[in-house]
Write a protein that binds this ligand. Structure first.
Ligand code: FAD
Ligand code: 2HG
Ligand code: ZN
Length: 454
């Protein structure tokens, strides 16, 4: 059971009575009823690729894991309504492929797409590489099927774009990390499948203003920008080490942006558009140079490099992750302040900084030196430097978790940075959905803690 009881980064191992693998929604409901009757905690699990320990049971030995991996059917693709209905255990890549076979795009794309599952994507409200155009998982959610903590089935697998008939229950599950119920099915919004793409590697000039560059690229791309990913030279080097056939690209002195325009129309000249935008950015002195992918294989190589960064960090000895986001207007300020905080904390630390700059989301990761104990190092950084970095993000109106969730690892951060009223509201939602506290106990909020007086 080790693969189910340990999180993907191997930071924490829990224990479980059993791993249950239901094949139908009715079986999920039966399991939940039985667990409720016995007072046993339930940890829903999809691909177990998440970052905050939300899919890992605690060490009490009083929890079961419900893996959705056998519930992996594509139920229906509706090309006219532009929607896809799936079981919650469907692997993201398979859902993307089913949509593509119908000439449509499921606009959710992340490095773990070959193993993460739709229920997990909803559970974490996953972001990824095309949020700048299409939004987070919650923005794709049209309908849901879920089992509540007493076995009641919410059956709302509708394809409607508009449905103002009271509380939006499906949205409660987005980002709920298994604490409110088990998602068993979902209807997701699709988009026209891009048939043309222009992908460019922008070598940034030192001190290039990221937000202004993004604004230029966005404005001049006629809203066709799908990706705006930032990478520093160190992150690129790590990714390169993890690839068998890395592309021979270099970072600019201010880092790199991988930008992509995509369109389903045959009438838009994307390359010309990209070239014109890049010329403007060069003219403004924001980029030193740019490289436009000339073939699908060049494009794929640039994407593979971006997606290989987490693996590159892992190979080296891992990293202490900071999935921060700040308002776009403060992204440069965060980078400057954080760099000086790191320097004064310990000038020898090495960073891997990259991320979804188009969304104001940076993975500001501190590399674990190759020869030190990863757990000890992580503890030291997380109790010192991490809090300084999060304080900086918070002071700029940002957050300590942009897309990876709270899970078990970041609960103390929610308590430190979360608005008192917001946490109180979360506890009330938790109590209403799960009065006996059996749904993923120990994740996100400590529900029974007394609310502080306001
Ligand atoms: P799991 O890890 O199994 O579960 C995640 C949470 O959801 C848990 O709390 C679990 O209890 C809950 N859950 C799972 N299934 C259900 C269900 N059916 N009903 C209710 N709750 C459920 N994330 C991003 O946002 N953006 C990225 O760019 C990104 N890139 C990644 C790259 C790599 C290489 C890796 C390893 C991970 C990356 N991730 C990224 C993180 C991860 O892939 C996402 O969080 C993903 O959405 C998790 O899906 P999963 O199926 O693995 O969920
Ligand atoms: C990504 O953007 C993921 O590649 C992983 O969200 C981030 O490992 C990380 O820090
Ligand atoms: Zn990410």
């Amino acid at each position: 059971m080790a693969t189910y009881t340990t999180d993907q980064r191997q930071l924490f191992t829990g224990s479980t009575i059993a791993v249950l693998k239901p094949a139908t929604t009715e079986q999920v409901a039966d399991i939940v009823r039985l667990a409720a009757h016995r007072g046993i905690g339930i940890v829903p699990q999809g691909g177990n690729t998440s970052y905050c320990g939300g899919a890992t049971p605690d060490t009490s030995g009083r929890q079961i894991i419900v893996s959705l991996e056998r519930m992996d059917r594509i139920r229906e693709v509706d090309p006219v309504s532009m929607s896809i209905s799936v079981d919650a255990g469907a692997i993201l890549k398979n859902v993307q492929n089913a949509a593509a076979n119908a000439g449509l795009l499921l606009p959710l794309s992340l490095g773990a797409e070959g193993s993460c599952r739709i229920g997990g994507n909803i559970g974490t409200n996953a972001g990824g590489l095309s949020v700048v155009r299409y939004g987070m998982t919650r923005d794709l959610l049209l309908g849901i099927e879920a089992v509540l903590s007493d076995g009641t089935v919410v059956s709302d697998m509708r394809k409607l774009r508009k449905n103002n008939t009271g509380y939006d229950i499906k949205q409660c599950f987005a980002g709920s990390e298994g604490t409110l119920g088990i998602v068993t099915g979902a209807v997701l919004r699709l988009a026209p499948l891009p048939t043309r793409r222009a992908s460019a590697w922008l070598k940034l000039a030192s001190g290039a203003p990221l937000a202004e560059l993004l604004a230029l690229v966005r404005r001049e791309s006629a809203d066709l920008l799908t990706t705006f990913e930032f990478m520093t030279a160190r992150s690129i080097a790590l990714a390169t080490e993890a690839m068998t056939n890395p592309p021979s690209v270099r970072a600019g002195s201010g880092g790199t942006v991988l930008a992509e325009f995509a369109s389903s129309s045959r009438h838009v000249g994307l390359d010309e558009l990209m070239e014109a935008v890049l010329a403007e950015a060069i003219e403004a002195g924001w980029i030193e140079d740019a490289f436009l992918a000339q073939s699908e294989s060049q494009r794929t190589a640039m994407w593979q490099l971006r997606e290989a960064i987490p693996e590159g960090e892992k190979r080296r000895n891992g990293s202490v992750k900071h999935d921060i986001s700040v308002p776009l207007s403060s992204i440069q300020r965060f980078l400057d302040l954080a760099a000086s905080q790191v320097r004064s904390y310990d000038a020898d630390l090495e960073l891997s900084v990259y991320g979804h700059a188009g969304d104001g989301n940076l993975h500001y990761n501190v590399l674990v030196p190759p020869d030190v104990d990863r757990t000890e190092f992580t503890k030291r950084i997380e109790s010192g430097l991490s809090l300084q970095l999060y304080d900086t993000a918070a002071a700029l109106g940002g957050t300590f978790s942009a897309e990876h969730g709270v899970g078990r690892f970041k609960k103390h951060l929610l308590e430190r940075y979360g608005d008192v009223g917001r946490i109180a509201a979360m506890r009330r939602i938790k109590k209403a959905f799960d009065p006996a506290g059996i749904m993923n106990p120990g994740a996100i909020v400590r529900p029974w803690r007394k609310e502080p007086a306001s």
